[in-house]
Design a protein around this ligand. Structure first.
Ligand SMILES: Nc1nc2c(ncn2[C@@H]2O[C@H](COP(=O)(O)OP(=O)(O)O)[C@@H](O)[C@H]2O)c(=O)[nH]1
Ligand SMILES: [Mg+2]
Length: 292
């Protein structure tokens, strides 16, 4: 993950003095890195106010200034994943389009809570592909979570229902419900999700306690559309951004949290079970800008 790819600030600031045309280039770069036009323009203005006409000693100065500002923008959206556990059981639906990393993320979250001594159950409500059910079952075995199995083509809502009931009966601490998220048929998809929520609410109007939307950082601006779609069908309570270990620019986090005011529960930094981390604005910003 790197906000600016193949780019050195020193190339831009060769004059060692900040003027209007440099600020415009700076803004352009920020827009290219997916932070969104509003934030890019805000950052430019802040920069202008404090640094215009001033000599800069080295490019690090610019990175540190930018880092401080970005960290300030992001810090209100920190939500540690430990907050997902508030009730016994805590019923959590994990949503998102195909391939973003939902199943993997459930495995990783399960591992984190399991290590903390919690009793976990996974529900395989992605019944669209047999491989998806197997994938979640493998994760459940790997980390020692209970598993509510389903068959190919079973109604996802019924799996959600059985998972919540299982969690109540077996006194699980957390239940994670995996979903299909296939976008090929948007109308069906949305109906399926709605049905999951309706059925869960019949058991307890408080269910699900959390609906986490998983987004793939490499999709850039498209992630904004995904939030838009999922907001229509559910009360999203948080985001998990995956694949930040790749060449993803990562700037999309700023655009999304600002536009939708959604907390970030965790970030995915790889495919292994230990590759999910709490979202810390300062740490994230440092990685984003390669500062240490
Ligand atoms: N590099 C990387 N790969 C990830 C991450 N999270 C998930 N993946 C991979 O993305 C692919 C799709 O993940 P999966 O959990 O099956 O997505 P789903 O369709 O949303 O359930 C798999 O190959 C995962 O190993 C991550 O944080 N980093
Ligand atoms: Mg899956």
């Amino acid at each position: 993950m790197k906000l600016f790819q193949n780019f050195k600030f020193s190339d831009l600031f060769s004059k060692k003095k900040i003027d209007e045309s440099l600020l415009n280039k700076f803004e352009e770069l920020l827009i290219e890195s997916d932070v969104g036009t509003e934030i890019a323009s805000d950052l430019k203005e802040k920069f202008k106010k404090e640094k215009i006409g001033k000599e800069i000693k080295d490019e690090k100065e610019i990175f540190y200034f930018l880092g401080e500002q970005i960290s300030k923008i992001l810090s209100p959206y920190e939500k540690n994943f430990n907050n997902l556990y508030k009730n016994t059981p805590s019923i959590i639906v994990v949503a998102g389009v195909n391939g973003v990393g939902k199943t993997t993320t459930i495995g990783k979250l399960g591992k984190l809570f399991k290590d903390d001594g919690k009793k976990i159950v996974f529900g395989a409500a992605d019944t669209f592909r047999a491989a998806a059910i197997e994938q979640l079952e493998l994760w459940s075995k790997k980390i020692g979570a209970d598993f509510v199995k389903s068959d190919l083509g079973t109604d996802p809502a019924s799996v959600g229902y059985r998972t919540a009931k299982f969690a109540e009966k077996e006194k699980s601490d957390l239940a994670f419900i995996d979903t299909a998220g296939r976008l090929q048929n948007k109308k069906n998809l949305m109906e399926e999700y709605k049905k999951i929520f309706t059925v869960l609410k019949k058991i307890n109007p408080e269910y699900p306690h959390e609906t986490i939307l998983v987004l793939d950082a490499t999709t850039g601006q498209n992630a904004l559309n995904q939030v838009e779609e999922f907001k229509k069908i559910s009360n999203l309570t948080g985001l998990i951004i995956t694949k930040l270990d790749t060449s993803a620019k990562g700037g999309i986090l700023l655009a999304i949290s600002k536009k939708y005011n959604l907390p970030i529960v965790a970030v995915g930094m790889g495919e292994k079970e230990t590759d999910l981390h709490p979202f810390k604005a300062e740490k994230f910003t440092k990685a984003l800008l390669s500062l240490n």
